[in-house]
Write a protein that binds this ligand. Structure first.
Ligand code: ACO
Length: 384
């Protein structure tokens, strides 16, 4: 579709902002991003501090309550999440019977939407947030098992979200290193300001609709390749390079040719960060050590070569999705699940923003500049 604004003198319309870049529409206690310094804070805590110390469950509590839990509160949240992991039979049947070729994110979106019907009548928003956080990993793992002709592995009522997810996906308990890697990925993806899916979640909340609709819409928003879908696209790009050229592929020539064709390279660039995304720093380290351990050094080396070329040619850095792709691949997870894993973490941030929006709501309702004709004469169908 044509970009009408390209033909318009925007100085006449100073209030127009394509992509709402830089517009502050809300106040929040959930996260702060300094795009020039590469700093990310979740409710007071630097992402580096959380990456070194926090579990995903602690981050959920932090985002929902703006403070860390004490030991008793953390135990209670862990127990509630463990108790809520099982899916209603109707949702499991949907997963069993849907098309095996469906996109996992589409299945996740539909299944999360269905969950609303099975919540107790007296459940409140925090109960719903816990239920969705607990059940999303089960939905993702169950669909992956079913589409591969395997039995669904029932969740266990013990261990972390990361532990249980890998257990349900693979049918065997993960080692401590894999569990910690997955947990760290969940910590790093939990919250990130007014990104497209969080904005979507808040926009739905602002109409006084309910939390399942807001999260369902947010999942749809995250699915796009310019947002969360980029991690799947990154891995598919690397695997295609391997298929086309083998392990001796030339990632620099590949990157340059894409740039020459003015094609975007997935996993690079960010609306807010103008320096390296601090989450990418952690994922980069994980990607290096896991690639070495699992014999995928070439993938890590290609990634680094692409990073160098993008910096030299465009001064663009990798974002969170670039190195997360090779981390998940080294954990043995197939690429089309990567965006689902992102969603399974970001549910914490989405729901935290839902609570915040609801507490101090104003309908989100921007405007668009009308650029077509007005008051055209009506011509009957047979004369058009
Ligand atoms: N590859 C090549 N060039 C790029 C890339 C990229 N990944 N990203 C930005 N650029 C270039 C654009 O071509 C443009 O160049 P030009 O000024 O010469 O035309 C310039 O950088 C600005 O790019 P925009 O797309 O206008 O920047 P915007 O802020 O709108 O987009 C976005 C940010 C969508 C993330 C973009 O960088 C992109 O498409 N990246 C690839 C997809 C991706 O990785 N998305 C995940 C983002 S992180 C997340 O959502 C979890």
């Amino acid at each position: 579709m044509a970009d009408h604004l390209q033909n318009i003198d925007l100085s006449e319309y100073p209030y127009i902002n394509r992509g709402l870049e830089g517009i502050v529409a809300f106040s929040t206690t959930k996260s702060f991003i300094d795009g020039a310094k590469g700093e990310l804070i979740y409710s007071g805590y630097n992402i580096d501090t959380l990456a070194e110390n926090a579990t995903f469950e602690e981050v959920c509590f932090l985002l929902w309550n703006d403070r860390l839990p004490d030991a008793g509160e953390l135990n209670e949240l862990n127990s509630r999440l463990q108790a809520e992991r099982e899916l209603p039979e109707v949702v499991l049947n949907y997963i069993r019977n849907t098309d095996k070729n469906s996109e996992p994110m589409a299945v996740l979106r539909t299944a999360v939407s269905m969950l609303q019907d099975f919540q107790p009548a007296d459940a409140v928003d925090t109960d719903h947030a816990i239920a969705m956080t607990a059940k999303m990993p089960t939905i993702i793992a169950a669909f992956d098992r079913v589409r591969n002709g395997l039995d669904v592995v029932a969740p266990v009522k013990k261990g972390s979200t990361a532990f249980n997810f890998l257990y349900m996906l693979n049918g065997e308990e993960p080692g401590t290193a894999s569990e910690r890697t997955m947990d760290l990925c969940l910590v790093l993806h939990a919250e990130h300001g007014m990104n497209a899916s969080t904005f979507t979640c808040r926009a739905v909340c602002s109409t006084e609709s309910e939390i399942f609709s807001a999260v369902t819409a947010a999942i749809g928003s995250l699915k796009g390749p310019l947002h969360g879908g980029a991690n799947t696209a990154v891995m598919n790009t690397l695997l295609k390079l391997k298929d086309d050229q083998g392990e001796g592929a030339d990632p620099v020539a590949f990157t340059l040719s894409k740039l020459e064709k003015k094609e975007k390279i997935m996993g690079f660039g960010h609306r807010v960060y103008k320096v390296l995304d601090p989450r990418a720093t952690h994922l980069r380290k994980m990607s290096k050590s896991l690639s070495d351990e699992t014999g995928h050094e070439y993938l890590y080396n290609w990634s680094e070569a692409m990073v160098k070329t993008m910096k030299e040619e465009k001064n663009i850095d990798p974002n969170v999705d670039f190195f997360s792709a090779t981390v998940y691949y080294s954990l043995g997870i197939v690429p089309d699940l990567y965006t689902c894993i992102f969603a399974m973490s970001r549910i914490s941030g989405w729901t935290a923003h839902f609570f915040e929006q609801k507490e101090n709501n104003r309908l989100i309702r921007p405007r668009a500049l009308y650029v077509a004709e007005k008051n055209k004469p009506w011509i009957p169908a047979e004369k058009r």
